[in-house]
Design a protein around this ligand. Sequence first.
Ligand code: FES
Length: 167
Amino acid sequence: MLSKKYPKEVKQILSKYPPEHKRSAVMPLLYLVQREEGYLTKAAMQDVAKIVDITETEIAALVGFYTLYHDKKEGKYRMQVCTDLPCALRGADEFMESLCGNLGIKVGETTADGFVTVEAVTCLAACDKAPMFQTQGPDGIKYHENMTVDRTMELISVLKKSGREAG
Ligand code: FES
């Protein structure tokens, strides 16, 4: 149970909302689970649904809607490359294809060492700085703009060396 596993954090999150509006705590509770466990398990989503008194279907809809929530265990780092039209006009598709080729995976897949998952996402509000992506990992969310495949491979290498290897 979430409230048993992270009692202090759950209590603190709930204390920010009046009891009659506890459903507003759904987003920070989901974020707590994902930060601690890496992704949202079905059991954790059921726990959150019970805590805030909404249906599991509503939780699933939220998780499906927001690209920053994940319901599957994937790479330690997610590289979310914007391939929306403005970025595509600045070479995002070629960047993506070449990056995936270098990593030996297809879009949506995870490298064999479990370190990186590459995903295509829509606008991340850096349209004039494509190719661009955000990394989502143990150190939070970071933007990487005007990237090349070489610089991206270098970034992956630096992240691995910095002691954050997939575990
Ligand atoms: S279209 Fe790619 S960041 Fe906006």
